[in-house]
Design a protein around this ligand. Structure first.
Ligand code: DX5
Ligand code: ZN
Length: 250
């Protein structure tokens, strides 16, 4: 009996040591509802919110900047009315005319707008206008867009969204070459913070699954958009989220 208790103690100590070695990468997971059941959008969003995912990533596509169309301010407004107030609406505007219509998205209830650097003529003016209207603001870089495109605006924004797929569709494969861009961006932000500047968040979007979510965390990403990794026919959002969370325990 005493031997058994001693064995148990050794076993528990070993487990604790293993657990101490494990590190949990802190990561915001923002569900993208593109691969959810769009005929039942509010229910899909509620499934994510019930899983305690309270930052919804809303992919707005205009069929012009990207070859696909999704939804706009009226649908977002309906979702806002259907969901609890604490839920953050993070709109990813894949549209050519954000400079004309950003206000419609804020009026519809978006808390955060991310705009593509490739689609804005006067980026600084747009970023300032979004902030003045009361939302937080992010700038998005396509996979082929250089970091140079945002270095001047970095002190003024809350988030950089690095696309790890070409925008337009859910369920695409992750583009590995974004690693260098993310690592360089992380260094720029660290330097900015050391000099008293804004702690800009790095968000990544496209192809994030259990096999790479911890890796991008190591590169400096603290906010992952996840679409088909959460909304798929393999499991519920809660079940798929548990798999992602386990993957973050590295
Ligand atoms: C792509 C969208 C993404 C996409 C992510 O244009 O911006 O948000 O839905 O979906 P997955 O995670 O399936 O790549
Ligand atoms: Zn997106």
């Amino acid at each position: 009996m005493r031997l058994c208790a001693a064995k148990n103690t050794v076993f528990c100590t070993m487990l604790l040591r293993i657990r101490d070695l494990a590190r949990i990468v802190h990561m915001i997971i923002a569900p993208s509802i593109l691969t959810a059941d769009l005929s039942n959008l509010a229910e899909s969003c509620k499934e994510a919110v019930d899983a305690r995912l309270d930052r919804l990533h809303l992919d707005v596509m205009d069929g012009n900047f990207v070859p696909n169309m999704t939804f706009g301010p009226p649908v977002i407004k309906s979702l806002r009315n259907a969901l609890p107030d604490h839920v953050i609406f993070d709109a990813h505007l894949m549209i050519t005319n954000a400079e004309d219509c950003y206000m419609d998205y804020i009026d519809a209830g978006c808390n955060h707008l991310s705009v593509h650097v490739e689609a804005a003529t006067h980026l600084h003016r747009l970023v300032t206008a979004i902030r003045d209207a009361g939302a937080t603001v992010g700038v998005v870089l396509n996979p082929a867009t250089s970091l140079d495109a945002i270095t001047e605006i970095l002190p003024e924004i809350d988030l950089v969204l690095v696309m790890s797929v070409n925008p337009g569709f859910g369920g695409q494969s992750f583009i590995l070459s974004v690693e260098g861009k993310i690592r360089r961006l992380k260094s720029l932000i660290d330097e900015q913070v050391e000099n008293g500047g804004r702690p800009v968040q790095i968000q990544i979007d496209g192809g994030i699954k259990a096999h790479n979510i911890a890796t991008v965390g190591e590169w400096g990403v603290s906010n992952c958009v996840v679409g088909s990794g959460l909304f798929n026919d393999k499991g519920t959002v809660k079940e798929n989220l548990a798999i992602l969370q386990t993957a973050l325990e590295v």
